[in-house]
Design a protein around this ligand. Structure first.
Ligand code: FE2
Ligand code: FE2
Length: 284
């Protein structure tokens, strides 16, 4: 029986508890559908948020399938976009990112109590959009004769979730403002390679994802600044400190300045990134 059903009898109508149940769901398609259904119910006013509720962490988060096999990032090969198999590997890697992104957004909802109600609604919206991205990618992957789980993947995204489990400020700094923002930078070159290979259908999915991801990073920026303002901390300096403290991946260019500006990064931060801008990698 799916985790969501197992937990429902104790949940009342608390959206945060239900988000935890969806996070525990192991079947990817069921998790994606449940994340979208939960946000739809919130939008219709059929589910309430309890910001103050403190929930116990169950073991074995997040719920995930036995496959894909999780390996170290360096063990994942890169393949040419020119072959269908190479594009299937890429679509699978992107689907894995989106599967993790559903989990990350749901985790923000259940884990951090005491935030304004809008915080939880924002992250449920993100979870729902990540579920949509996952569905788009797995549908396209099926057209290549593959399903999610067919190729190995890495666990870097959930790892950052674990590291920042005790601090919502660090979570906002390092998940949406770092990892998801990296996606804004990574998207245009991947899209260009798909387009170049004549795969317009996959390129069109990348367009949808980039548009939505700008919104996710904007949400991350919104709540990061809210938390910084609450403790009268300078946002840029606080980000640098947290990035160091939590050993965030070092940022390197090329950066998508236009998307980052739309996603709410301030000129001071963009100027700091411009200082890091390195020549494009030759192995792309
Ligand atoms: Fe996404
Ligand atoms: Fe996202």
């Amino acid at each position: 029986m799916p985790a969501a059903d197992t937990l429902r009898p104790h949940s009342g109508s608390c959206v945060r508890f239900e988000a935890l149940a969806v996070l525990m769901e192991r079947v990817p398609a069921a998790k994606a559908a449940a994340a979208q259904a939960l946000y739809a119910r919130v939008q219709e006013g059929k589910a309430a948020v309890s910001p103050r509720r403190v929930l116990d962490e169950p073991p074995d988060l997040p719920g995930r399938p036995e496959r894909p096999e999780l390996v170290e990032p360096r063990k994942l090969g890169r393949r040419s976009m020119q072959s269908p198999e190479g594009r299937a590997v890429l679509l699978h890697a992107l689907a894995h990112i989106e599967f993790n992104a559903i989990n990350l957004a749901l985790d923000a909802v259940w884990r951090f109590n005491g935030m304004p109600e809008a915080f939880y609604v924002d992250w449920l919206k993100v979870a729902s959009e990540e579920a949509h991205h996952f569905s788009l990618l797995t549908t396209r992957l099926a057209e290549f004769g593959h399903t999610y789980g067919d190729f190995p993947a890495h666990d870097g995204l959930w790892d950052m979730c674990e590291r920042t489990r005790g601090d919502v400020l660090a979570r906002m700094a390092l998940v949406p403002r770092t990892l998801e923002a990296r996606g804004l930078d990574a998207s245009p070159p991947i899209r260009a390679r798909l387009q170049q290979a004549g795969d317009h259908a996959s390129a069109a999915i990348l367009d949808v994802i980039l548009r939505d991801e700008i919104g996710h990073v904007l949400i991350g920026n919104r709540w990061f600044r809210y938390l910084c303002d609450k403790i009268s901390a300078d946002a840029h300096q606080t980000y640098l400190r947290l990035s160091d403290e939590y050993r965030a991946p070092k940022l390197r260019g090329p950066f998508n300045f236009e998307a980052r500006r739309d996603a709410g990064f301030e000129e001071e931060e963009l100027a700091a990134l411009a200082g890091l801008e390195a020549p494009p990698r030759t192995d792309d």
